[in-house]
Design a protein around this ligand. Sequence first.
Ligand code: ADP
Ligand code: MG
Length: 702
Amino acid sequence: MQIPFSSKLVALSGVGKKTCEVLASAGFNTIGDLLWGLPYRYIDRGSIQTIATVNNQFLQSIDESIVVTLQGQITDFRQSTSRIQRMPLTEVLLQDDTDQIRLIWFNQSYLSKSMKKGDTLLVWGTLCIGRGGIEMRSPSWERITSKEETESSSIETTSMARFLPIYRRIATLSGKTRQKLIDMALRQIQSPPAILPLELSKYLPDATTALRLLHRPPDDSDPRDLDARQTPAHQRLATEELFAFALGIELRRKGIQNQQCQKILTSVELRNKLKSFLPFSLTTAQRTAFREIVQDLTSGSTMHRMLQGDVGSGKTLVAFLSMAMVAETGGQAALLVPTEVLAKQHFASFTKLLGGDSHRMQLLVGAMKTAEKRQAIERIANGQANYIIGTHSLFQESVSFFDLRLVVVDEQHRFGVKQREAIKDKGNAPHWLVMSATPIPRSLALALFGDLDQSILNELPPGRKPVRTCLYHTDSAESGWNIVEQELNKGHQVFVVSPAIDSSESLDHKRISLRDINNMEAYLRARFPDVPLAIVHGRLKTDELSIRMTEFLEGRARILLATTVIEVGVDVPNASAMVVDHAERFGLSQLHQLRGRIGRGKAGGTFIMISDRETERLQALTQTSDGFRIAQRDLEIRGPGEFFGARQSGLPRFQVADLFRDRQLLVKCRQVAAHEINKGLTPDQEAWLKQEQTRLRLAEIS
Ligand code: ADP
Ligand code: MG
């Protein structure tokens, strides 16, 4: 019997309820889910070495960076607690035909559930010298056979294949059971109808064949291609994912094209009014971007635009002017921001810009008192407020607008598509302007947000002093702190950023200790005993966070010690230096964003990174201040998932495709998708698209 991809896993003969539950807990519900769960790497059995060989080699070179792969049997398994750190230890003796070696894992007590004496284990990792000689610390591992299987010694044909696929572990499910399920699924699966147009599928295997090739690579596969995920089978699956994604964007673009709305009429009065608000003349880039926006607002169809610009390029002013276009012609414009601190800051700067007209503005944030909130909601509903600034609170059901015509989103972490729809529904096809806090390389922006028109601010306002950037090793960090001291003596303020570290991380397996925010606090209090300090981190309640931020904004605190919460655009002109400890824990773009927080005033600024690792990567920041170039570099190094951040809900969950590496392919998929949609999708394509959109979580993407 043949079964389709969409069938539930129980449909596989021989799969019990219990196994299904384990799989479901990891998000595997259908046969398709199981088959799309590809190995993350392959072990070439030809690369397995004997323990005697690697021991000898290590004794000669003492190179702690070479990764070796070993296979052997567990002859001893014990768990204890380390005496000094009180940390759970798992120790294993692994033996092959030639010798034995000690394996150690820290803090992984659950290992006793996954392996025991007698099991055959495949391990890979680096070597080092420990208490009892050469050992492997926290190696990756895969159980090949359990004790029982080893004893019954039935030779498995599958385990004789050259490439052993390694999967992300699902609870206690063994690699072998997983293999069996996959084999069964591959045997019973019904080949899906062809959905890729020929332009995209030429020279590539069909989907089922591709899946078969990746779960069971033939012995003559090229190990490098497999590891680089660049076999024709990988390309086939990547193309499927990108085509589904491209169809989604294309359909959305069609849906929003030519949406009619009320035209905004320009006039001399309006122009003069806007001019009267301006505290300084616009940069050329701001002028161009604003002209593009005005064209949209006066066109009679709804604007869908993204405003991109490097940190400090003056996006807020462009947003304000766009809002004024609407607000000064009788409509309402809302600015949506991710945090209350930022909302208040925008409110303060808008108050300055509006001068005598600031009563037409309304703030709405979660921390407001009930009476205050009620009044705010009333002023939004009856149209007394034209300029509205708020956080997620604006989405609440109780909020309705008098005449909402423009929504501007200052998207630090972008708002989800549902929230976006929620606020759109509160107006009549309101114009839509998204500001991107991180510059995104153009090709990627087009591929990802191709349903939005793009305006780019590629120039900083005049009079900005460039920020000096330095990188110090921990041993020489004192030079950095001396700079901080000088700045404090001049009356300036200083940011200090500590990475958020959870306690289990404070000692990792390589025993490199990380300074957390508490250690940094102790250091700062000792080093600068008379300087008032405010501390903010992610675990604070919002009002407490607000209070402490305000202390710093108003200058009562002169050092702000923070985890990355300050990344979100606070503007403190008097802050002239920033220290980032453990800079290696941040992405380049993130660091660039942080750097943008200083040098906003007349004093210029110094950006100080302290790090003992990855100094080559970090050096890039000392060489350029161009956010687009930094983003490009960051994407190359970390890939889009990390680049956009873990919190980011806005990325599809591709198994194979990589938005950065495959951006050319995505561009092609977009073209083909547009063409296919114009022709009309086939019922097979429609059904497939629906299934893929669920799998890739495309519906959640903004
Ligand atoms: P970002 O693009 O990072 O959001 P902001 O909008 O916060 O940048 O602007 C950064 C700073 O530059 C602000 O202090 C703002 O007042 C100032 N600024 C913006 N536009 C101009 C301009 N045309 N001339 C001078 N200063 C400007
Ligand atoms: Mg900003």
